[in-house]
Write a protein that binds this ligand. Sequence first.
Ligand SMILES: C[S@@+](CC[C@H](N)C(=O)[O-])C[C@H]1O[C@@H](n2cnc3c(N)ncnc32)[C@H](O)[C@@H]1O
Length: 768
Amino acid sequence: MLGDHDVVNRREVPVLPLQRNEIVSESRIAQIIERARRAADEQSGVARQGHLFADLEKTLRETDRSKRVEFFQHEGENGEPWKNKLICGDSLHVMESLLHYENLRGKVQMIYLDPPYGITYDSNFQQRVDSTKNEEKDAADDVLTIKAFRDTWTLGIHSYLSYLQERLYLCRELLGDSGSIFLQMGDENAHITRTLLDEVFGAANFVSEVIFYKTSGKGAAGLDSVFDRLLWYAKDKPSLKYRQLYMPRPQHTLQEQYTLVELPDGTVRRISDKENDGSTALPTGARRFMPGDLSSQGESDEGSEPFEFEGVNYSLPPNTHWKTGLEGRKRLAAKRRLYPVGKRLRYKRYADDFPLAPYTNIWDDTVISGFGAAKLYAVQTSPKVVERCILMTTDPGDLVFDPTCGSGTTAACAELTGRRWVTCDTSRVAVNVSRQRLVSAVLPHYRTRNGKVSGSFLFRSVAHVTLKSLAYDLEPEKIDLVDQPEVDKDAVRVCGPFEVTSLGRYSVEDWKGYVVREPGIGEATKLENYIEVICRLYRKDAAIQGATGLVHAVAETEKEKIAISVGPLSGRVTGKQINDAVQDALASGILEVHVLGWAFEANVGEVKSQLEKRGKVKVELIMIRPDTLAEGLKATQPEMLFSPLALPDIEVAAAQNGKEKQLRVTLKGVALFDRKRRTTEYKAADSGYVSAWYLDEDYDGDCFVDCQMFFDFKKTPNIKAALRAEVDPEEFTLKLDSELFPLRGYKRIAVKVVDVYGNESVVVRDLG
Ligand SMILES: C[S@@+](CC[C@H](N)C(=O)[O-])C[C@H]1O[C@@H](n2cnc3c(N)ncnc32)[C@H](O)[C@@H]1O
């Protein structure tokens, strides 16, 4: 194996803890269930936010009240309950954090990695939460995004491979000894990435290369490319955890191998061509079989003696012995299993002795559109593929990690199959699509062996009649079908608790920029100041030398001066940073401050409005695109990289609910900054700009808990698909009034808005 993780030329990136931004807790799940039940009772589905849980409501409506609603919970270390994790952040930082703060070194059983394929970038990025294809109105945005994405890899395949290599080394550290990694790849780069995997994991740990159908063909010129590949490596192949999966025996195996039929009267004949191709049915009661070999390698005195059957003495080929002893052969004869072929004696292996066959490395049942399901994400993987990988290499309760979450296929499949999961993505669109997909899932509930998921499920099993079971009169072996757990029909299941996190609190250290270390040289040789890069990208006229304190640069034209402050690389912009930047700007006589960041703390909207109320200063909060600093980014248009943070505008009103006085929140709209016109624009909540909003009824000031959720269903293709003909999707416009709720302990609420670009912003309101 070539290099070790430590000696490879790597950028040193800050190692940051995860910061919980939001939890979908047990009580939250209980609320979901309760609301869905209420909506189901009301029949009409009047409670609009219930529509997210349309499937659940439908299930509850169609079954009697005794149906339980369950979710799986897992134990973590030290008896603490484990929480699955949806993380917004670059996989490189996230993996460092999982290793150093979350104690997950060697704890991951399977990694599913589906990175951008490194060639056709345009198929790998989705700009808006609600568009899976280039709709006309979004065409301009998409073109810009695609260009920015493609430009990320200035050194072409070299940039791409080093991007992957860094991450693969970290994947290896996360995997346990019996663990597996699957790298999903397109045709173009599969050969190069396989070499990379050989280097990182060792060629001896190569397990298989699977090809699976991704499309049924597009009618392209020449040969259509219809499959993608999975490159499967073990952390340590001799210790690999592998669970055999079976499929119905393929037709071609039957046709090639099971070419004889035994009729009910015991006569045997060759199968006809028409029977073999299925155009004529077999006679009733006929059984297909193939002649099975009764000999094994190696000669022995007794075990190689000729055997008499129906008056004929059958001998064995040289250097072989009978697979079963004399008694066994007699039993086979009594069961009419023996079948001479020429001079040799064989036994009848009926097709129905075991009607299944192990999977091979060609998967031809995986085309996603074949399921009639709308895709959530432009580059979504077929759940069948991911599910199969999970089932082959993990047991219930094992931990699965996907550093390229996308629409959350791996998390959804892990949830379905009772595995624990962690997943991350740099894209806020991806994180939001995934969250939505998870919380709205309705899953079958599986029976467990001992009440614990990690104690495994009860599986459907199939009898496997073998030569041994026949010869020794044994009960046929029961083969557990680990992809067919027994379903508890008295219950339905929803997604278990999970937390949504980003990379955590930061220190001044984070403003230092990346250190690039050359191989073999101990000292840092290059210090790139990312703040300079961002300021220049944002405003070409920004003068970096004008920096004082948290004003990192000043942009100056004839008419005006703007102070620019940039948030930390992997953390959130805090209210304090905004405050400090404004004070520093005012001290230099500058009245306009733009604070740029990759993420913002919840209270920044309040801080901004207080500062603006207090003085003459104008504050703009600007989101930086996640991949803006990707290594080797070519100079690119600022409009592609920066977008204003849209701040929710809400109204809280008291209302009487029976005897109790309760509260109701109304989303009025969002305020956002128009960079071209340099004005703050206001978008009404129903203007199509808001994709979803969430309410935390009792915000603790730290971690956002989704107590109520509202989606614009017209913009949510999966919900449309789920509802199909049942209801008119036009009815489902974004609900702007919350349900009534009581004032609780913290006397503080928070509202989070997700816009159609996947940007999140939060506003906090103290109600004390
Ligand atoms: C091909 S998609 C994955 C799709 C996913 N398999 C699914 O079924 O939806 C690749 C994803 O990787 C994300 N990505 C790219 N570079 C990343 C990085 N450095 N860290 C985390 N995520 C990244 C992209 O935002 C994109 O969502």
